[in-house]
Design a protein around this ligand. Structure first.
Ligand SMILES: N[C@@H](CCC(=O)N[C@@H](CS)C(=O)NCC(=O)O)C(=O)O
Length: 359
């Protein structure tokens, strides 16, 4: 175990999508940590926000936002590494993170809240988790409404399920030959994908059945990510390679997700073009954007946060030397991610404390 003078304190929930992204990283890095059922008053007091998870460091700093948390964990505890340093694997990992954080929430919310059995079982779990019927029901109502805001409606349900089917099939093929996305070692891409796959699909009744009946190799990967001890780790693929089966995974993600993410970012940028000059705080959402998923119209809220996440990937891509970028382009040709990597945002966001702001 990595020695720290006191444990990290991880405010999280087992049913939480984004908690499932950080937990494997804490375990992989063999950190001393205590997981607490998130104390929402403490989270609010420390961050001014209602988002979980948060991580409190041994020296009592508060870290919020899973991408920031993973970056800082890597900075403080670089060994064993979560972030590949070679260009192709690094950008591929960023795309998996972008997909997981900014698109996979849609199928995940569909499976949790989009059927009678899904909704009733998730509601029961929320009540059990909070130990209070009124609070559990209120939280369930908020999340069920958030599903619709994200565009995971009854109309888009079949497209969500077709997407999930392709994703699970490509992942199953990959995990039959490779323990993790980039080879024999876990990376932050695996952590990010655990958000939808463990946080929602594996803990929810309806998709758990789907996983166990149709995607057993994916369940095997979930088990590995949950117990990623040092003895279970090898190396990422040599020579900055991506397995052919992982390129299929990236394509299953990119084809459907990249246009939806770009639609959202374009809407945010159009709003930013004409935003009020005296804007003090960025709103969480800036209206809705219209797009489509597999030919089905999809209307979803546009989130400034999505621009920040895209910027994170683009910063990594644009910091590469020309030759490295060409290697990334060649490796990702035909994956559906090209237009997103070519996008040049007109606006730039930064974090002031825990809040997003224009740079
Ligand atoms: N981008 C944030 C997202 C965190 C997030 O949305 N967490 C969910 C739980 S998994 C939450 O707290 N939702 C409360 C809300 O949406 O109001 C991160 O990466 O930490």
């Amino acid at each position: 175990m990595t020695a720290t003078p006191a444990p990290y304190r991880f405010h999280a929930f087992d049913v939480s999508y984004f908690s499932a992204k950080v937990r494997p990283a804490l375990r992989y890095k063999q950190l001393w940590y205590e997981e607490l059922r998130a104390d929402l008053r403490e989270v609010q007091r420390r961050t001014g926000l209602g988002f979980i998870p948060i991580l409190i460091t041994p020296d009592d700093e508060t870290w919020q936002d899973t991408s920031v948390i993973l970056d800082r964990l890597e900075e403080r505890h670089p060994d064993p590494p979560l972030f590949p340093t070679t260009p192709v694997q690094r950008i591929a990992a960023h795309l998996v993170e972008l997909y997981s954080d900014e698109f996979a929430t849609l199928p995940a919310m569909h499976y949790r809240w989009g059927s009678e059995l899904g909704e009733a079982s998730a509601r029961a779990r929320f009540i059990a988790m909070t130990g209070n019927e009124a609070i559990g029901n209120a939280a369930a109502d908020r999340m069920a409404a958030a599903r619709l805001g994200l565009g995971a409606t009854d109309e888009t349900g079949p497209a969500m399920e077709a997407h999930a089917r392709d994703l699970l099939d490509t992942l199953s093929t990959h995990f039959q030959a490779h323990p993790y996305l980039l080879g024999e070692r876990m990376s932050f891409a695996d952590c990010a994908l655990m958000g939808p796959l463990y946080g929602h699909l594996f803990t929810d009744l309806v998709p758990r059945k789907l996983l166990l009946e149709t995607a057993v190799p994916v369940v095997g990967w979930i088990e590995r990510c949950n117990v990623p001890g040092p003895d279970a780790q090898g190396q990422w693929l040599a020579d900055d390679a991506l397995a052919g089966s992982f390129r299929e995974v990236l394509a299953a993600m990119g084809r459907d997700a990249a246009p939806v993410i770009l639609d959202g970012v374009r809407t945010v940028e159009a709003w930013a073009d004409t935003r009020p000059a005296d804007l003090e705080r960025l709103p969480r959402t800036v209206g809705a954007c219209d797009g489509s998923l597999r030919g089905t119209p999809l209307k979803k809220v546009a989130l400034p946060y999505s621009l920040w996440m895209l910027q994170r990937t683009l910063d990594a891509y644009r910091s590469l030397a020309q030759g490295e970028r060409s290697r990334v382009d060649a490796a990702l040709a035909g994956s559906g991610w090209e237009a997103l990597l070519a996008y040049e945002p007109r606006h730039r966001l930064t974090k002031r404390g825990f809040e997003l702001a224009f740079e």
